[in-house]
Write a protein that binds this ligand. Structure first.
Ligand SMILES: O=P(O)(O)OC[C@H]1O[C@H](OP(=O)(O)OP(=O)(O)O)[C@H](O)[C@@H]1O
Ligand code: HPA
Length: 179
């Protein structure tokens, strides 16, 4: 493959930040009873979800929904597809969407609008990475791991053409035409 990957956010930095996010979530949801549901958007969120939920000590359930908008491209198609919806109702449930990255905002905006129609008790978003300069659609995000500049990144669940999701760090992809 004609590009290379450099470390941008180390494994240690990510682990430490996830602990901080979970501490904030534990505090914010201490009165949610056992009515908290974390919903990860696949595929990108699977590693962040696995690490985050193991730091969350308030009772909660975990579910996933499969959504896709990038295909194998590095820019959003803006056509967000619900590939696999939730099986269960989220009515009267405190829902926290867990996402790897918010870039244009198209994915989370569509999912958020869909979930709001289902009348959850509350609905918030937690993303590991935010790229605010790329936003096309505003979406309220309560928990942000790292806010970064406009670079295409991989690792910790994030892919380039489905590769690199396994990297334990966030890396920047450099393409030859950009160097
Ligand atoms: O804010 P946006 O511009 O919509 O971009 C964010 C979305 O893009 C990626 O998903 P992708 O469609 O690549 O699917 P994946 O989760 O399977 O990697 C990522 O996981 C987010 O869901
Ligand atoms: O920078 C990115 N990397 C991988 N997938 C993505 N989806 C939106 N932005 C990105």
């Amino acid at each position: 493959m004609n590009h290379h990957v450099d470390v941008m956010i180390s494994e240690q930095q990510i682990k430490a930040r996830i602990k901080e996010l979970a501490a904030q979530i534990n505090q914010d949801y201490q009165h949610a009873g056992s009515n908290l549901l974390l919903i990860g958007l696949l595929r990108g969120s699977f590693i962040f979800m696995a690490d985050l939920c193991r730091e969350i000590t308030v009772p909660h359930q975990v579910d996933f929904m499969t959504v896709s908008s990038y295909g194998n491209n590095t820019t959003s198609s803006r056509d967000v597809k619900i590939v696999q919806d939730l099986d269960e109702s989220i009515e009267n449930t405190h829902v926290l969407i867990v996402e790897d990255i918010i870039d244009s905002g198209n994915t989370l905006s569509k999912v958020r609008d869909l979930f709001l129609l289902r009348k959850p008790a509350s609905l918030e978003i937690c993303t590991l990475i935010d790229k605010p300069s790329r936003r096309e659609v505003e979406v309220p995000v309560k928990y942000i791991g790292f806010s970064i500049a406009d670079k295409f990144i991989v690792g910790f669940g994030l892919d380039y053409a489905q590769f690199y999701r396994h990297l334990p760090y966030i890396g920047i992809v450099t393409f030859p035409e950009n160097t």
